[in-house]
Design a protein around this ligand. Structure first.
Ligand code: HEC
Ligand code: HEC
Length: 466
């Protein structure tokens, strides 16, 4: 009874009928957990709706290709490159070693204990594409889904969101471990993977370039980078004359709740807008998509020509969704709700306690909120602005190349949560600043802050602690 009395005191202070109901629930079920459930669902019941949405969303995020195998396998023939000539495909094939070198990750939870032991004992030939096929069959290659013929050869291959927005914790071996959903895959070489496809003709045609040029572009992105607007505006070369500077870092997919505008450019819209965009126009899944802004022939010449602003589900035939060829079901729209929920539900990871200097970080926070003026844009724990969270390029003293590729000519105020999960390929959209100190030095000049060396290093420790 004393526990209940202790509970009853603050509850009574809160007052009202709710308290009586709450206490009724506690007494009726006789457990405090029932009271906790009260805030989420009916007394005594776990929150089934939340659990269902999380599960569905996780399945979509990790496993749903939205039918995009029609393009990645069907059109580009990537499954043939994975198999290699010996197994009925083309070329040398993709061994597990090659796959890991391309930045692909392996989910250790999908590997049976016996196989894991054999790998540890060095009894599995990691140079053999057959092993890659076995891993695909186990659904162990993060973000890649194999489709198999009866005889065990690959009939196609598709990709999922997890390809770019998940990594693993390397607990089994480098590149092999438990999944970390929402963490950007900073090692993934998307360009090199696409360039390995046997049939690049549709991409060459849509961009109006020859094979050699296309490959140069794709191989120029580098690990952790992707040019998500290339198929809209055809801009393959960035401000410094390289394909790398026209690509952006793959961002995290966690910590987006409470944030208004997304992507590096911002003007596109919310997470759920971008999910629909990516599933339809980047992964080339089968779905409906509507955005009349993409009819702008000057800004988005390729998207306008391909009718990207008005896609319908389609099957095969060319790499672009062609409305005239519309057939087949919409595999995307119904997945958007759980997908959105899952991303917002994903926890923001905390940096390891020993990865920064705590005293310096505490001092750095004072600089961040004070003379550094950082929190005028990076507010609170959101790390981005409450409200319209994007700025013009001149406000942060950088060029407008990437901003101009989005609808509003802006850069999103990057949320600064869990920077430790995405520090490998530099900072800002194109990774132009290799270190956090370089970012701070940039602001010091841009805003004429006059920070001391000590203030700068404290600020860096604070950023690492977020
Ligand atoms: C080929 C790699 C790739 C795949 C696959 C991919 N994304 Fe992304 N994603 C990116 C890149 C690159 C950006 C940044 C694009 C930009 O800002 O122009 C991005 C941006 C995002 C953002 C905005 C993040 C932010 O910081 O505001 C979200 C959310 C997102 N993706 C979710 C998804 C979902 C959901 C899927 C699956 C339907 C998916 N992505 C598939 C590479 C990928
Ligand atoms: C005027 C608004 C504004 C102010 C003030 C501002 N930032 Fe930023 N910050 C941005 C924008 C916008 C970006 C994204 C730039 C891009 O995408 O290239 C950004 C990006 C960053 C990044 C890189 C994040 C990443 O994922 O690459 C860091 C770190 C950062 N800011 C720290 C700071 C610090 C420290 C200060 C104070 C000295 C500060 N910012 C002040 C707008 C601002």
């Amino acid at each position: 009874m004393s526990v209940l009395r202790k509970l009853a005191v603050p509850l009574t202070v809160a007052g009202g009928v709710g308290v009586l109901l709450l206490l009724g629930g506690v007494l009726f079920n006789g457990t405090v957990s029932a009271m906790i459930n009260q805030s989420h669902g009916r007394v005594g019941q776990p929150d089934l709706r939340t659990m269902r949405l999380v599960n569905e969303g996780r399945n979509v995020f990790r496993g749903d290709t939205f039918g995009d195998q029609a393009v990645w396998g069907g059109v580009l023939g990537l499954h043939k490159a994975i198999e290699g000539a010996k197994l009925g495909g083309v070329g040398p094939g993709v061994s597990p070693k090659t796959a890991l070198a391309l930045g692909l990750k392996v989910d250790s939870a999908r590997i049976p204990a016996k196989v894991a032991a054999a790998i540890k004992a060095g009894k599995v030939n990691l140079d053999d594409p057959k092993v890659t096929l076995a891993l695909l069959k186990l659904n162990a290659v993060v973000g890649v889904k194999g489709f198999f013929n009866r005889g065990g050869t690959l009939s196609s291959v598709g990709i999922t969101c997890a390809l770019c927005h998940s990594t693993v914790d390397d607990s089994f071996a480098p590149g092999i471990g438990r999944r970390l959903d929402g963490w950007p895959n900073q090692d993934l070489n998307v360009g090199a993977i696409v360039a390995a496809a046997p049939n690049l003709t549709p991409l060459e045609q849509s961009l109006g370039v020859d094979e050699a040029t296309l490959k140069k572009v794709l191989l120029g992105w580098g690990p952790g980078f992707f040019n998500a607007e290339l198929d809209l505006d055809g801009k393959a070369i960035g401000p410094d004359g390289t394909p790398h500077s026209a690509a952006t870092r793959i961002p995290s997919a966690f910590g987006k709740d409470g944030q208004n505008l997304h992507t590096w450019e911002g003007g596109w819209g919310s997470v759920t807008y971008w999910n629909a965009f990516v599933a339809n126009l980047e992964m080339h899944g089968m779905g409906n998509f509507l955005d009349a802004r993409l009819d702008d022939k000057t800004k988005f010449p390729l998207a306008a020509a391909a009718g990207f602003g008005h896609t319908l589900p389609y099957v095969g035939e060319g790499v672009l969704p062609v409305p005239a060829k519309a057939q087949g079901p919409d595999l995307i729209t119904e997945a958007l709700r759980p997908l959105d929920f899952y991303e917002h539900w994903l926890p923001v990871p905390r940096p390891p306690a020993n990865s920064f200097n705590h005293a310096a970080a505490a001092r750095g926070k004072i600089v961040f909120d004070g003379v550094g003026r950082c929190s005028s844009c990076h507010m609170g724990s959101l790390g981005t602005a409450a409200g319209y969270n994007a700025v013009k390029p001149s406000q942060i003293c950088i060029d407008s190349f990437q901003a101009d590729r989005g609808p509003d000519g802006t850069y999103t105020i990057a949320p600064l949560q869990a920077l430790f999960t995405r520090s490998k390929r530099g900072f800002y959209h194109d990774g132009r600043f290799k270190t956090l100190l370089a970012v701070v030095n940039h602001y010091n000049g841009c805003f004429n802050l006059g920070l001391s060396a000590r203030q700068k290093s404290d600020l860096v420790q604070y950023l690492k602690s977020r």
